[in-house]
Design a protein around this ligand. Sequence first.
Ligand code: NAD
Ligand code: G3P
Length: 325
Amino acid sequence: MMKLGVVGGGAWGTALAQVAAGGGESVTLWVLEDEVATSINADHVNALYLNGISLSPAIRATRELADLATCDALLVVTPAQHLRSVLAGLPIFNTPLILCAKGIEAGTGLLMTQVAAEAKPDAPIAVLSGPTFAHEVAAGLPTAITLACADAVLGQRIAERIARPGFRPYLSDDLIGAEIGGAVKNVLAIACGVAEGAGLGQNARAALISRGFAEMTRFGLARGARIETLAGLSGLGDLVLTCSSTSSRNFTLGKGLGEGMSASALLAHRRTVAEGAFTAPVLRDVARDAGVEMPIVEGVCALLEGKVSVSEMIDALLARPLRPE
Ligand SMILES: NC(=O)c1ccc[n+]([C@@H]2O[C@H](COP(=O)([O-])OP(=O)(O)OC[C@H]3O[C@@H](n4cnc5c(N)ncnc54)[C@H](O)[C@@H]3O)[C@@H](O)[C@H]2O)c1
Ligand SMILES: O=P(O)(O)OC[C@H](O)CO
């Protein structure tokens, strides 16, 4: 039995620890905050990030990265902007890393697989991504997810280790496709939240999802992703989920913007992460550099930066030249 560790005790890391411990196997979960470690070890809950879920007693929280050194593989679930620093502190070399963050690194424009390859060049890499609200997964509700791994044997071993009756990984070898879907959909979910907050109606949301998927596809194909991955769970599947629900932090951030609040007010003092706010400007920049048109992403950036009002953002999208679909 593969001994799994989890790096990151937010909502998703905790939910994945719950999945990994589902058969009673012991799981070590590295968390940043003392209060999270105490809450998990003493009361089997993560009151700060995943309140209301009874956690398996087989999950042991630690604040020491060194405690993960004996694991056979690690689910890495820190926010995207903290991946590099946390990996740098991990005392492992060739332990397989299953990357679960959805974002692009600010400053470098690197995807999560590229950051991991720089930080841990000898570690085999997999990507786990899909339409997966943490509280539903932790509650055991049915969920399907993409597990992308270049090494088919390793991918199969990981899939068998994490599969549960209600948690179904689908295997792929397209790591770039799997990670691009998750990173881009967060920015598009902000746009859909804006439409919701501004009361623009269901037609507008469907248009943003469809035209957003066209942007995701253009960007993904330019980076070497495969169309079937972008159209699968980790791309279109996650886009539809995140663009349709106030359970999404990104959608909710956009909704606040659409209601007229500023990004700085909405992002100040928040504990949980809305990855799209960090990914939007770096995605815009790397897309521009690659000559990929992403008008919805451009609009989200301008709104987050306070350069346009909500109505100016919408007007700019609607005033674009008519063109073939
Ligand atoms: N929540 C979900 O439903 C869900 C589902 C799939 C993927 N994800 C992805 O998982 C990743 C983690 O999100 P989450 O929802 O678990 O987080 P969260 O919003 O629940 O919690 C924030 C996390 O950030 C950590 N953090 C804050 N500062 C840090 C630092 N300096 N170094 C390291 N960690 C730090 C906190 O300890 C905490 O674990 C994100 O990329 C997210 O997009 C989330
Ligand atoms: O709450 P969000 O917007 O970070 O979305 C959570 C997951 O990524 C959904 O798959």
